[in-house]
Design a protein around this ligand. Sequence first.
Ligand code: AMP
Length: 396
Amino acid sequence: MGWKTLDDMDLNGKRVLVRVDINVPVVDGTVTDATRVQRIVPTVRYILAAGGKPILLAHFGRPGGERRESLSLKQLVPTLENAFEAQVLFAADCVGSEAELAAEALQPGQVLLLENTRFHAAETKNDPDLAAGMARLGDIYCNDAFSAAHRAHSSTEAIARLLPSCAGRLMQAELEALEGALGAPKRPVTAVVGGAKVSTKLELLGNLIDKVDYLVIGGGMANTFLVAKDINVGKSLAETAMKDTAADILTKADKTGCKIVLPRDIVVAEKFEANAPHQVLPSDQCPDNSMILDAGPESVAEITEVFAQSHTLIWNGPLGAFELEPFDTATNAAALKAAALTRSGQLVSVAGGGDTVAALNASGAAHDFSYISTAGGAFLEWMEGKTLPGVAALEH
Ligand code: AMP
């Protein structure tokens, strides 16, 4: 790992520009979920305790390069003060003389929050001049926003090349968990890829068959693979146009020695509705008037057996239409097995991306996973094997 952490930096008396993700949901001026704020507390507190002065850089919503009061970060000051148990000052721009004066005047024990970086159209263009303006405010750059690291923006990429740079605690935890799961994992490695469509996860599947020992395919995307095997899937969600692509993936997996696990049995219903009348059938017996909404018990038994043989698990996407009871059954059962194996120390389990966090939270298994990434797009790009610009810039 070519990046530094806070432990490698001399923070005492230094102004530390910290890129954070505090893009929290706000309804009528009230923060409805402060999870993202809670997750940066260790970094901010560590810097304060080491005598450094944290100066927070962040985006908020999508103002499209214009100043919009409803997307001002000022409204988050009370939430941040509560979380950090420290005074939080605010500067109405992330560059310029007001911000520079505020950064200069910052006292030990105080935190400075800079206004939404995306009020500048240059931010999302990774503009070097904007990055230079930000860099003038600090002595050190610390990136603690893994979830924004898949975008090359001035506050995530260009700025890291202008100052001594390091990863914050949250970024560090995320990178260590991901490195442990795909970089140098303990084998056998199993990946679960579920969710709606093959088309959105093609690159991810392509990368995984080169790297994992077992690939469990579930959810709507498994239907497309059944179609590729000339199996009738009735009214199921399936991308018939992706049939050849799915067949290619199966052939390639054969060559790389990756064992693909598709549903052996299925839960079918005539309607996409909670508690719709349903039945369990072998996976090649879907009636014409029905749709596959979950994997059946034999599939779950096979999946959990694969988990039991594995030492590393990477999970993205539900195994069925998990928002509709009882079609969350396979997802819940597999997640609980992964959680139990993780608790017993046999499995390192990493999950993330899109609906996965919601599905695993609903199963009650999430807190026993080794690491749950809330990073969405960045997590998926990492699973696709892509270099994340915000991480690469820390490695210079
Ligand atoms: P994704 O965002 O790609 O992870 O997809 C998650 C969505 O896929 C969820 O809304 C699930 O309800 C949906 N899904 C999973 N399995 C099925 C299925 N068999 N039929 C229809 N939708 C499904």
